[in-house]
Design a protein around this ligand. Structure first.
Ligand code: GLC
Length: 440
């Protein structure tokens, strides 16, 4: 068994750390302007103008089964959908607001369709729920709010009652965790109590756990679905640490106790979470695969985001990116599922331009070749420990020698502990080839 033990948390993370790879879905009214999911506040759009998106929201091509099929093909095992993002628009038929998909030309409970379709494909179900709400009349105007620079911004705050808003969140979370069967993940987003308001504008203060009444909110969720995985962005530690838009270089640890943490990186295909038509910074196929491997190599999960169009489908760039994962995962998922960081004694042996992952039971070690080497992969320290080696994508044997590069006997590379894997000169037809080592 893996020697890595993570800090105990209230939810059930066993399935989660096995499955490793999920799909994040950011969908809402912002898919119409198609200029980032923060558009309402970035451009300080008025309610009246933003209402146009509500009026014309009509995802006529939405087919949740098609989304689920693509997620599954990509090797993703779970998904997290924005049931409500910061704009406040709900993709479900909530009885506590009129600001919901069922009241637009769309007329459908999109959360229901998502849940049914993804569950039918055998994927686990996650709900993202925004703590921030730029539509709710009780949510105060603060530094992130679209109305922050209005002349009467301070007056706009009169009568706004955060307690009522906190109750609204509990009511909606109750709906979400009551009406859709078993929900596996609840992803709250996000706290910013560290924001310091400009002098004289204390009413613009940031928000955190006390504002959300996070303890009661989490209790509401746990009472309804005890094993559910909850993230930490309410500002109260739960199950999941969520580094966003950067690549970790080591396994996350608790700052005080040093314990390893359960973590999930979240990333986008391009720079934005919501559909952004003119965004050009789409990641290369190699980078997509490397990000997944890097994450698992450090004991984490990857939640990769898709921002569907306002007509309800994944645009061609997102489809292509998902296809990159599908093609690679079809043959290489064994180095991802049920795998984690290589054991401490093996970790330092990882050759340049490679990444190790290791199966939980410790019996298989995977060498991911990020840069394809010329003829040999040399692993110092591993001689005598490998029983059999093969490429993972086609199960073809990889011959190896031990203790020296067996070449004219001139011993350019030598050492009692050297393992030398012989790889073909031409890189196999696989974006990131993986060598599977069965350990003795
Ligand atoms: C950020 C953003 C948001 C996105 C989220 C995903 O906190 O506010 O737009 O939903 O990250 O992790």
């Amino acid at each position: 068994m893996s020697s890595y033990v993570t800090k105990k948390t209230p939810g059930d993370t066993a399935w989660f750390t096995h499955d490793r790879f999920g799909m994040f879905i950011h969908w809402g009214l912002y898919s119409l302007p198609a200029r980032h999911e923060w558009i309402k506040t970035r451009e300080k759009i008025s309610e009246e103008k933003y209402d146009k998106y509500f009026k014309y929201f009509n995802p006529d091509l939405f087919d949740a089964r098609e989304w689920a099929r693509q997620a599954k093909a990509a090797g993703m095992k779970y998904a997290v959908l924005t049931t409500k993002h910061h704009e406040g628009f709900c993709l479900f038929d909530s009885q506590y607001t009129d600001y919901k998909s069922t009241n637009t030309p769309c007329g459908r409970d999109l959360v229901r369709e998502y849940v049914d379709a993804f569950r039918a494909e055998g994927l686990k179900i996650g709900f993202y729920y925004s703590l921030i709400d730029w539509h709710h009349p009780d949510f105060p105007v603060d530094m992130l709010h679209p109305r922050r620079d209005d002349e009467n911004a301070e007056q706009l705050n009169e009568g706004r009652d955060m307690r009522r808003y906190a109750q609204y969140m509990r009511d909606q979370v109750t709906e979400l965790l009551t009406n859709y069967g078993k929900i596996d993940i609840l992803w709250f987003d996000f706290s910013y109590s560290g924001h310091v308001p400009p002098e004289g504008k204390e009413w613009m203060k940031g928000k955190g756990k006390d504002d959300w009444e996070a303890e009661a909110l989490i209790k509401t969720a746990r009472d309804l679905q005890p094993g559910i995985i909850i993230d930490n962005r309410t500002e109260i530690e739960q199950d999941l640490w969520t580094p966003e838009q950067y690549q970790m270089t080591e396994w996350l640890r608790d700052k005080e106790t040093g314990e390893l943490l359960t973590w999930e990186a979240c990333q986008t295909f391009s720079g934005s979470w919501g559909y952004y038509r003119d965004e050009m910074t789409w990641k290369s196929p190699e980078m997509l695969i490397r990000m997944l491997v890097n994450t698992v190599a450090l004991g984490g999960n990857l939640l990769m985001n898709v921002g569907p169009t306002s007509r309800g489908y994944f645009d061609y760039r997102a489809e292509e990116a998902l296809k990159v994962y599908a093609d690679w995962m079809k043959y290489n998922s064994r180095s991802i599922y049920g795998c984690t960081m290589a054991e401490p004694d093996l970790l330092p042996m990882c050759p340049a331009d490679c990444r190790f992952t290791q199966s939980e039971d410790g019996k298989r070690l995977y060498v991911h070749l990020f840069a394809y080497p010329y003829k040999h992969v040399q692993i110092k320290g591993l001689a005598g420990r490998v029983d059999y080696a093969q490429f993972l994508h086609d199960g073809s044997e990889v011959l190896f020698t031990e203790r020296s590069v067996n070449h004219f006997g001139d011993g350019l590379a030598e050492g009692d502990d050297l393992l030398v894997l012989e790889v073909p000169e031409v890189k196999p037809h696989c974006l990131v080839p993986v060598i599977e080592l069965f350990l003795k």
